[in-house]
Write a protein that binds this ligand. Structure first.
Ligand SMILES: NC(=O)c1ccc[n+]([C@@H]2O[C@H](COP(=O)([O-])OP(=O)(O)OC[C@H]3O[C@@H](n4cnc5c(N)ncnc54)[C@H](OP(=O)(O)O)[C@@H]3O)[C@@H](O)[C@H]2O)c1
Length: 306
């Protein structure tokens, strides 16, 4: 019998973390598409031996503790999902944001290299400035507009050539705090919503991302990869679609422009930073399905908390 692949998952209590841990443990994940696997092969029970690490176990601002945890784990693969993700708060809390998204990723990469673990770390569409006017591919020039995006890009640059970087965007999972949850709660309470129609991006369902990551854990390709659900959209379109799924009429969501947001968000977001998954497809992996399927699945898979 082949030995289980040992995987250390950091940020294991976060939105993507919980779905990745359960996916690798061959447990059910709410909102998952039973037909979607990036390599059309499910996870076998016992294929992965998963060590789930949360902030409670190791704080990423303590690089020594982080390196010690990597050394202890002796994992074949590390999937790093820990991050400072409060995009607006980061504008004023720059030092903490950089400690987690930049310095800690460097510490992880070095520690992984020392024990021979393969690092897969997650980055963001916010490394781009949105000025391209078309979907972004992995080699496009970066140009972050906010502190969070700049800190994630700095973290990418700390990685070695051996490491795998996965950029994703607009993540939503049944068990996470995300925009879809807010939309569904407003729809249920009879409220209306206003969302921007001048920011374009790609939705990523956490359960689909988790299933896409499985193939990267198996293959350990190195380099940068974009993973998101198929199709670019706007938050206004997401809200309109979700409202319809939840039985609300077309008056549920109103389109506004970024300039109409009051108060203006602290962080500037790119006008168009949808991610192309062409490279993932060309490598023989199936990208996650169209975003509307994903949003419908998440709404159908909601737990009692929303
Ligand atoms: N959410 C999105 O829309 C989005 C978009 C693009 C890329 N991404 C990237 O996707 C990855 C997963 O994001 P997510 O949506 O799962 O975010 P999340 O729900 O905020 O999860 C991040 C996890 O990191 C942990 N963390 C934060 N600071 C830490 C520290 N100092 N030490 C240890 N752990 C710490 C958090 O713990 P606490 O809960 O205790 O704070 C949380 O469990 C991240 O790399 C993120 O940058 C997310």
């Amino acid at each position: 019998m082949t030995r289980a692949t040992r995987v250390l998952v950091t940020g294991a209590a976060g939105q993507v973390g919980v779905d990745v841990v359960d996916t690798l443990r061959a447990l059910p994940v709410p909102g998952a598409d039973e037909h979607y696997w990036a390599d059309a092969r499910g996870v076998d029970v016992g294929e992965f031996d998963v060590l789930a690490l949360t902030r409670h176990d190791v704080d990423f601002t303590d690089e020594t503790a982080l390196a010690a945890a990597v050394d202890r784990a002796r994992a074949d693969v590390i999937v790093n999902l820990a991050a400072y993700t409060a995009v607006d708060r980061a504008e004023a809390d720059t030092a903490t944001c950089y400690a987690v998204n930049d310095a800690a990723v460097g510490a992880l990469s070095r520690a992984a290299g020392e024990v021979g673990s393969h690092l897969i770390t997650i980055s963001t569409d916010y490394v781009f400035d949105g000025a391209k006017g078309a979907s972004y591919v992995e080699d496009d020039p970066t140009g972050p507009l906010n502190v969070y995006g700049a800190s994630k890009l700095a973290g990418e640059r700390r990685c070695s050539d051996r490491d795998t970087i996965v950029r994703t965007s607009w993540v939503m999972g049944v068990r996470g705090r995300n925009v879809l949850r807010v939309i569904a709660q407003r729809a249920a309470s009879g409220d209306t919503v206003r969302f921007v129609s001048d920011q374009m991006g790609t939705v990523t369902v956490a359960a689909d991302l988790a299933r896409a990551l499985v193939v990267l854990v198996r293959e350990r390709p190195g380099g940068t990869w974009h993973v998101a659900n198929e199709g670019a959209t706007t938050w206004f379109d997401v809200a309109t679609f979700a409202g319809r799924e939840l039985g609300r009429g077309d008056d549920f969501a109103t389109a506004i422009s970024t300039a109409d947001l009051v108060p203006a968000p602290a962080a500037t977001r790119p006008a168009r930073a949808d991610l192309s998954t062409e490279k993932f497809l060309a490598a023989g992996f199936r990208p996650p399905p169209p975003w509307r399927d994903g949003v419908a699945r998440l709404l159908a898979g909601r737990d009692g908390s929303w």
